[in-house]
Write a protein that binds this ligand. Structure first.
Ligand SMILES: C[S@@+](CC[C@H](N)C(=O)[O-])C[C@H]1O[C@@H](n2cnc3c(N)ncnc32)[C@H](O)[C@@H]1O
Ligand code: SF4
Ligand code: SF4
Length: 428
């Protein structure tokens, strides 16, 4: 191919290569090699030089276009570009990436100690199980299960239903802490039981972190049975009586509370609490009406970008969520699933009353895993797939089940991924 021909053909410009994502940001260019998950912030001159090197594939020819001090600088930049392999399009194994199938079992275990609950939130992912009315496990049964997970667990998350309703919770928490004091015990609670009751206080003594769910301080919203005064009294009690305990508020974002969550933000600021926000995950077709309109979420993601601080560290390739890899979830009958929102029979891993952890599906057979962004459409062909990681697999699965397009969350995830990319400042 002659130089003239290359010069006259715009298809040789670096921006035509679908493997690269190039975003102009004021005077800089953010350049992302989506095959090898390498991102660099370049100034205009560096970017133009990158383009020349890419277009002509001939360093000597490119160097011959320059003279004197400029040539010396061009050679220096070219060396950096080569060292960093920005243009390398061969798929490289990323040792830090999370697609490496774990031979180690998960270290975070969600325990749904009961299906019973004092509230009945309209969107609750476990309301169907509650209706089944199956016999609950006894303290002894949980003792069997807990003894299997204690040696592996770094974090045990007590959830339900409302785990603080379970009378033997303090006894169970005590044995966990006695057998492995290093295990972090986290509780997920609706914060509407009276925390000053003795046996609840006893449970709280063993808890390192508690997350209280609160979508709105308005009692007539989706958390049916929410008791505002009890909730606020509990926040106050926890902060005063358990100064060592980490306390967070979790808000599930729906169409109903989307515009009114500022009051929860203020509550968190007042008490210095962490605030975690999650979009509602549809457990049934009716829940789709609770989902905040896509346009609003995309706008929100774009606005967030303006407030992101710069980061020097670049995350390793994200391939999929941590389901069955870093996390697994045990239901109130001892059945194990890859995560707390993937309690579907398709993902049943086994029952811990009768099986050992190493015998559970996904753990026993390391080739049998939740699909990654390299397996799923539309992720497979998405430029930001290794930044995004494909998002919540349960969300995707719920949508498929309800007949909706699995890529529905993509515009939001794409914007968030772009924000992460643009927040990178790894010059020097
Ligand atoms: C199932 S609850 C159990 C613990 C406790 N009863 C509570 O409400 O915190 C655990 C968390 O899951 C959240 N959750 C329940 N259903 C959900 C759904 N469909 N989508 C997203 N989050 C959900 C709740 O808001 C809560 O923060
Ligand atoms: S309080 Fe928790 S377990 Fe109970 S219905 Fe609400 S989300 Fe579900
Ligand atoms: S933006 Fe969408 S298509 Fe791309 S990786 Fe994320 S979930 Fe997959």
């Amino acid at each position: 191919m002659g130089i003239q021909e290359i010069q006259n053909n715009p298809a040789y410009h670096i921006s035509y290569n679908p493997a690269f994502l190039i975003v102009r940001q004021e005077d800089d260019y953010m350049f992302y090699n989506s095959i090898n998950h390498k991102a660099f912030r370049l100034n205009a001159i560096e970017f133009e030089l990158l383009n020349l090197l890419y277009t002509y594939e001939d360093q000597d020819y490119v160097f011959s276009l320059f003279e004197g001090d400029i040539k010396t600088e061009v050679v220096r930049i070219a060396e950096v570009i080569e060292d960093l392999e920005i243009l390398n399009l061969e798929y490289q194994y990323d040792s830090g990436c999370d697609n490496v199938v774990d031979v180690n079992p998960p270290s975070t275990f969600y325990i749904h100690l009961t299906n019973n609950c004092n509230l009945s939130c309209s969107y609750c992912y476990n309301q169907e199980w509650r209706k089944n009315g199956r016999k609950a496990l006894s303290y002894n049964d949980w003792g069997v299960i807990v003894s299997k997970i204690i040696p592996l667990a770094k974090t045990i998350v007590l959830t339900g239903g409302e785990f603080l309703l379970v009378s033997f919770a303090p006894k169970l928490l005590k044995i966990i802490k006695e057998r492995n004091p290093q295990v972090i015990i986290e509780g997920l609670s609706n914060g509407c039981l009276d925390y000053s009751i003795d046996y609840i206080q006893e449970s709280l003594n063993y808890i390192d972190k508690i997350t209280l769910s609160c979508d709105s301080l308005n009692e007539s919203d989706e958390r049916i049975g929410f008791n505002k005064s009890q909730f606020l009294a509990n926040v106050s009690l926890l902060t005063s009586r358990f100064p060592e305990m980490k306390i967070a508020i979790a808000t599930t974002i729906t169409t109903k509370n989307y515009m009114s969550i500022d009051e929860i933000k203020i509550l968190c600021e007042t008490y210095g609490l962490e605030w975690k926000k999650t979009a509602v995950c549809p457990s049934s077709p009716k829940d789709t009406t609770l989902m905040v309109e896509l346009d609003k979420q995309v706008d929100n993601a774009k606005n967030m970008r303006l407030h992101l601080s710069k980061t020097k560290a670049w995350l390793s390739k994200q391939m999929r969520c941590g389901a069955a890899k870093t996390v697994c979830s045990i239901d109130a009958m001892g059945n194990v699933y890859p995560c707390q929102t993937l309690h579907y029979e398709e993902f049943f891993m086994g029952n811990l009353l009768v099986s050992e952890i190493k015998e559970l599906k996904y753990i026993a057979d390391s080739s049998n895993v939740i699909p990654s962004v390299d397996d799923l459409m539309p992720c497979k062909i998405c430029k930001v797939k290794y930044i995004c990681g494909g998002g919540c697999f349960a969300n995707r699965f719920a949508y498929n089940k309800t007949g909706r397009y699995s890529g529905l969350f993509c515009p939001i995830r794409y914007e968030n991924s772009l924000s992460m990319l643009l927040s990178l400042d790894n010059r020097g």
